[in-house]
Design a protein around this ligand. Structure first.
Ligand code: PGA
Length: 249
């Protein structure tokens, strides 16, 4: 994993946007894996700005989102469908039919998960996957557990995740208990992965990511097995990193 500690979240967003812009300029029909949560919001603002300046053209791009709350319809205000349209898709020229976000209301869950997984493969796999990280080490909604799932699946959210995401809902009881998420294998199959972390509440997990081995207790630690991962953190998220961890910025 390559680490880059930047001064501010604006610099993280700018650097992340550089990688996205470069991927699309090298391969205009890039397949992007996209994330929700507060972390990528400034990156999305940055790429919207670059689109408006004519620096990025999304007309041939295809996107796959990591996850969606199970039980929320696409038009629910807290669904990840709504989030993605508000934060990114309605501002850029990615064609609607090239946007893929897991359904939160599939009728046959297992069949649906298999088809989402298969479609990513049929499209040639993800070129660049954007990730946030939960304070508990989850990526997508792959929660710490004795076992992790390889493929897209239905998952029960951990108490820590429900707690963390309650800020987006009026009451904690409204946070869905389940989600559909890409699996660890889906994520690790991406050709390149960009993991972003911002703020002091991510400092501990970022330290653990670099100083513990690969463990299902920290799903993000599996990224150490991938040959092309870039971790971009702001000064606060990088504040517990010590010793001889090399920075490549
Ligand atoms: P956050 O969530 O960006 O809202 O901190 C990250 C995550 O849970 O993956």
């Amino acid at each position: 994993m390559q680490l880059c500690v930047l001064e501010s979240c604006a610099e993280v967003a700018s650097k992340a946007a550089d990688h996205i812009q470069q991927a699309i300029s090298e391969k205009p029909d890039s397949i992007l894996g996209l994330a929700t949560g507060s972390t990528p919001i400034d990156t999305y603002k940055e790429i919207i700005g670059r689109y408006e300046q004519g620096k990025i053209d999304f007309s041939q791009v295809r996107t796959f989102n990591l996850d969606e709350y199970y039980g929320l319809a696409a038009d629910h205000p807290q669904s990840y469908h709504t989030f993605m349209h508000q934060q990114l898709f309605q501002h850029i020229n990615v064609p609607r039919e090239r946007i893929h976000i897991p359904s939160g209301t599939p009728i046959h869950v297992q069949e649906y998960c298999r088809s989402y997984e298969q479609f990513i493969t049929d499209c040639g796999g993800i070129d660049l996957q954007l990730l946030g990280i939960g304070s508990n080490g989850h990526i997508g909604f792959n929660e710490p557990s004795d076992q992790l799932s390889a493929d897209t699946h239905l998952v029960r959210l951990s108490e820590a995740t429900i707690e963390a995401n309650a800020r987006f809902f009026e009451r904690k009881e409204e946070v869905p208990q389940y989600a559909i998420t890409m699996g660890m294998g889906t994520i690790l199959s991406a050709k390149k992965i960009l993991l972003l972390a911002l703020g002091i509440e991510k400092a501990e997990i970022i330290r653990k990511l670099f100083d513990t081995g690969v463990t299902t207790d920290i799903p993000a630690s599996f990224l150490r097995l991938h040959p092309n991962v870039i971790v971009l953190v702001d000064r606060e998220a990088g504040s517990q990193l010590v010793g001889n961890i090399k920075e490549f910025c």
